[in-house]
Design a protein around this ligand. Structure first.
Ligand SMILES: NC(=O)c1ccc[n+]([C@@H]2O[C@H](COP(=O)([O-])OP(=O)(O)OC[C@H]3O[C@@H](n4cnc5c(N)ncnc54)[C@H](O)[C@@H]3O)[C@@H](O)[C@H]2O)c1
Length: 255
């Protein structure tokens, strides 16, 4: 099998370094270069500030950086026809449009959570929503470390969207019960963010009904699970046709 040359976007971040560390032990992959506003070099590949400074030869991009980075990264990926696995969260509409536009020309894999376990949790809560119906109140609680920038997490929002899809779009998201005094509405999904310490990532969905509560929970023990998912996604999309791909496509291919 030919070697897969990876470009790491956000190479100097916690996730970038985690991906680089795992790839160093995988002979079928090589990191050919990194991009980061912070260009300190810690391994045997160069790290440049802007995508246009990247050396040629990248086969696939793995991005764990910042939404702002996508403004240069996606045009670079399109111009050079390099598939991209985008794992950065907190994307606004302009970033999402950029990914959509790129997916017309190259494969783009996006998931707010690269863990296969979270993908399974999402399927389980969709099933629970369909089975339990309106008789149960749904709340999502997410917990992350005290340095996380965005809240609620991209994963919590993706879980809420999946529940909403299973409920045929009838749900209303409520983030703040502090400012409004009123009883909970039947169609609400309450979404709550907790920040503290070094928690890698925990997502709990509760279905609270009359005299019973069902909880579905995923806890990430280390960042490695996201890095492993991103690497599997990179191998998965490398030779795929242009389009948008997500975790469910990868999980379906594993099935
Ligand atoms: N999808 C997932 O499964 C998943 C999992 C973990 C983290 N994330 C997301 O990945 C992103 C990075 O996470 P992290 O924990 O590594 O954060 P981090 O802050 O440790 O790393 C981010 C890196 O991006 C760099 N950067 C910032 N702005 C940039 C720009 N404009 N151009 C190039 N580089 C830039 C920073 O210098 C830093 O090295 C976050 O959005 C986080 O929420 C996603």
């Amino acid at each position: 099998m030919p070697m897969i040359n990876v470009i790491l976007s956000g190479a100097n971040g916690k996730m970038g370094k985690t991906v680089a560390g795992l790839l160093a032990d995988m002979p079928e992959f090589s990191v050919c270069a990194g991009v980061d506003v912070y260009t300190a070099q810690y391994a045997d590949f160069p790290i440049v500030e802007k995508p246009r400074q990247l050396p040629p030869g990248g086969d696939v991009i793995i991005d764990f950086s910042n939404p702002a980075a996508l403004l240069d990264l996606m045009p670079y990926a399109m111009e050079n026809k390099i598939p991209a696995v985008v794992c950065t969260t907190g994307l606004g509409n302009e970033h999402k449009s950029l990914l959509e536009a790129a997916s017309k020309e190259i494969p783009v894999f996006f998931s707010a959570n690269m863990s296969i376990g979270v993908s399974l949790l999402t399927e389980l809560v969709q099933r629970a929503t369909a089975v339990l119906g309106d008789g149960f109140d749904i709340e999502i609680i997410e917990k992350h470390h005290n340095r996380k920038l965005d809240a609620p997490s991209g994963t919590a929002m993706a879980i809420a969207d999946a529940i909403s899809e299973a409920a045929e779009g009838t749900k209303e998201y409520v983030y703040d019960r502090h400012s409004v005094r009123r009883p909970r509405g039947k169609q609400e999904i309450g979404i709550h963010a907790v920040r503290g310490g070094t928690i890698v990532g925990e997502h709990t969905v509760i279905f609270a009904g009359q005299d019973e509560v069902i909880s579905v929970q995923h806890s990430a023990g280390s960042r490695d699970i996201f890095a492993v998912g991103a690497i599997r996604a990179a191998a998965f999309i490398k030779d795929k046709p242009a389009g948008m791909y997500a975790m469910r496509d990868l999980v379906a291919a594993i099935d």
